[in-house]
Design a protein around this ligand. Structure first.
Ligand code: ZN
Length: 333
């Protein structure tokens, strides 16, 4: 993308379909910075960190400015909240808990911050991708359905109008879950060969492949497992390619459905990425998500950890409405 530098950021020369006044660029940059503060970047490698560079703003700014120039809410899409990891050493169970609740509250607060400076506000569309690949990662369809229902109930309790959900069930209504996934890949999928070549070339696709493989190996490693470590890793590498192919197809479907929305991601993203990686909760692990971990109350602040890590610290389970909700670590700060 060709860009021109201004005093408050980079202005993309393409991607904007209306003429926007200077004020719209200034306000758009200011609003985008609220999201940039929650940015999730790789633990290693090149990244501008706390103060985003012009290259980091460029892929997203035109969409924010377009919304501002039209006095419409700024729209974000976030493929996320698929369903809980099937590994009991990482999570408390298959249903959303305090980790999801804190994350939803964070997103609602982010929208409120934007609204304080821009009256039309912002909205985040949570594009649950569980149905897209649950058969590969070992989550049952019934658990995806339960998770989606409970997430919607949680959003109703938070009582925010800035969050909405979108999932595969809405796109291909009436089809079996298997047929939904087949249709997605038929219409938006790319070949395995193309993905293999991209991963082999290194960079972002290779980093994503390694991250997803690590998740799958972790989720499949059980005390009662019989497969050898090398057989498990081989199998997980094969499945990682399929998870990424499905996720990418879902991403293309979302781009077609929400062409004006800024694309958020729950994975770390490097400078200039088309996706803006964000954290919804404090965590030391740049890859950990609310559905791969548990919320731990460290005495006034919640931190995301794997269940096994919370228990190793001596944290105890707290129940809410008859269900395990999160951990509490007394004496922590
Ligand atoms: Zn940057």
């Amino acid at each position: 993308m060709h860009t021109t530098q201004t005093c408050y950021g980079t202005r993309p020369s393409t991607g904007l379909d209306i003429a926007a006044p200077e004020e719209a660029w200034k306000l758009g940059t200011q609003l985008l910075m609220h999201v940039m503060r929650a940015r999730r970047v790789p633990a290693t490698g090149v990244s501008c960190g706390d103060s985003p560079c012009a290259e980091c703003l460029a892929p997203h700014l035109a969409r924010v400015v377009t919304a501002v120039a039209r006095r419409e809410p700024v729209s974000f899409v976030l493929p996320a909240f698929p369903g809980k990891s099937p590994n009991p050493s990482k999570v408390l169970g298959p249903m959303p808990d305090m980790a999801e609740q804190r994350s939803l509250e964070f997103l609602a607060t982010l929208c409120e911050r934007i609204q304080r400076e821009y009256a039309p506000g912002a909205r985040v569309i949570l594009c649950s991708d569980g149905r897209v690949f649950n058969d590969i990662v070992g989550i049952r369809d019934v658990d995806i359905t339960g998770y989606q229902h409970e997430l919607s109930a949680m959003m109703a309790r938070i009582s925010t109008s800035s969050l909405a959900t979108f999932n595969l069930d809405q796109v291909f209504e009436g089809l079996s879950f298997e047929s939904m996934r087949e249709r997605l890949m038929l219409e938006y999928g790319e070949s395995l060969e193309a993905l293999r070549n991209a991963v082999r070339a290194g960079g972002e696709p290779h980093r994503l492949y390694c991250g997803i493989t690590r998740f799958l190996v972790e989720d499949a490693t059980r005390p009662d497992g019989t497969a050898s470590r090398s057989a498990l890793q081989r199998e997980c590498r094969r499945r990682a390619y399929e998870v990424i192919r499905r996720s990418q197809a879902w991403g293309r479907l979302l781009e077609a459905h929400f062409p004006q929305s800024v694309r958020l991601s729950i994975h770390p993203q490097t400078c200039g990425s088309e996706k803006l990686g964000i954290h919804m909760m404090e965590t030391a692990d740049s890859w950990l998500t609310p559905w791969h971990g548990v919320a731990v109350d460290m005495g006034g602040r919640f931190v995301l950890l794997k269940r096994i890590e919370a228990e190793a610290l001596g944290a105890r389970v707290v129940a809410r409405e008859g269900r395990a909700s999160h951990y509490e670590l007394t004496g922590a700060s």
